[in-house]
Design a protein. Structure first.
Length: 221
C-alpha cells in the first residue's frame, strides 16, 4: 500500500488487519447491566479503564442500581470514586442521573441517544458507548486513540472529534462500527501509542504509508 491508495482501500485494509489483530473485542469496563456500564463509562473520563475497574467493585457492592445509589450521599460516592479523578463532579453526576432515571425512566437506563445525553455528566461519547455496548445500537464513540489514528491513517482531517466521527461513519460499514471502535482503541493502546509511533513505525502505518518520510502531525481531541 502507499500514500496514493484511496481512502476506501485503506478502510478496507484496516478492517481486515484489525480483525486479524483483535478478532474478539471484550468490553474494557467491567459491568453487569446498562446502569453499571453507564456509571463505569462516566467514571472513565480522564481516567484509565484499569483504574475504573479497580474502583467500581466497591461502589457497585454498595449500589448497583439507581435506587440503591440515591440512598448514598454524594459525599459517600465521592469518597469511593476519588481514585478516578474529578470525584466531586462525577459523584454529583452519578447521584443526580440516578434520581432522574428513577423519576423519569421508571428506574431503567434510557435506550435512546437523545435521552442519554440529557443525563448529568453524560456527554455524546459516553452516550454512544452505552448505546453500542449496552443496547447494541450502531455507534462510533471517538476517543483520543481513534481521533489520533483516524488522522494518521488519512481517514479524516480531524478538525474536531465530531468531524472525525462523521468521517469514520461515512467510510466504514455501519455493521462494523460497534466492534471497530474497540479494535481501533485496542490497536492504539498496544501497537500505535502516541509516544511510540508518529505515523511511520507501527505495522499498519508502515504498510499503508511506506514512503512517509515526515512525522505525521495531528489535531488533538
Amino acid at each position: 500500500m502507499s500514500l496514493a491508495t484511496s481512502k476506501n482501500e485503506r478502510a478496507k485494509f484496516i478492517l481486515g488487519k484489525l480483525e486479524e489483530f483483535f478478532p474478539e473485542t471484550p468490553i474494557p469496563l467491567d459491568h453487569s447491566d446498562p446502569y453499571t456500564l453507564l456509571i463505569a463509562v462516566l467514571l472513565s473520563a480522564q481516567c484509565t479503564d484499569v483504574r475504573v475497574n479497580q474502583v467500581t467493585p466497591a461502589l457497585f457492592k454498595r449500589a448497583n442500581t439507581p435506587q440503591k445509589m440515591i440512598k448514598l450521599s454524594i459525599k459517600e460516592i465521592e469518597n469511593i470514586v476519588r481514585p478516578c479523578g474529578l470525584a466531586p463532579r462525577k459523584a454529583k453526576a452519578i447521584w443526580n442521573l440516578s434520581e432522574i432515571i428513577i423519576n423519569e425512566h421508571s428506574g431503567q437506563v434510557p435506550s435512546s441517544l437523545e435521552e442519554l445525553e440529557k443525563l448529568p455528566g453524560v456527554g455524546h461519547k459516553t452516550a454512544q458507548v452505552v448505546m453500542a455496548q449496552a443496547f447494541g445500537e450502531p455507534s462510533f464513540p471517538v476517543d483520543t486513540h481513534i481521533h489520533r489514528l483516524a488522522q494518521i491513517w488519512g481517514l479524516t482531517n480531524g478538525k474536531n472529534v465530531s468531524q472525525t466521527e462523521k468521517d469514520l461513519k461515512k467510510i466504514f460499514p455501519v455493521e462494523s462500527w460497534n466492534k471497530l471502535h474497540l479494535q481501533i482503541i485496542f490497536y492504539g493502546r498496544e501497537y500505535c501509542q502516541a509516544r511510540q509511533c508518529d505515523g511511520r513505525s507501527c505495522v499498519l502505518c508502515k504498510q499503508m504509508f511506506p514512503n512517509r518520510k515526515q512525522k505525521k502531525e495531528y489535531n488533538r481531541a
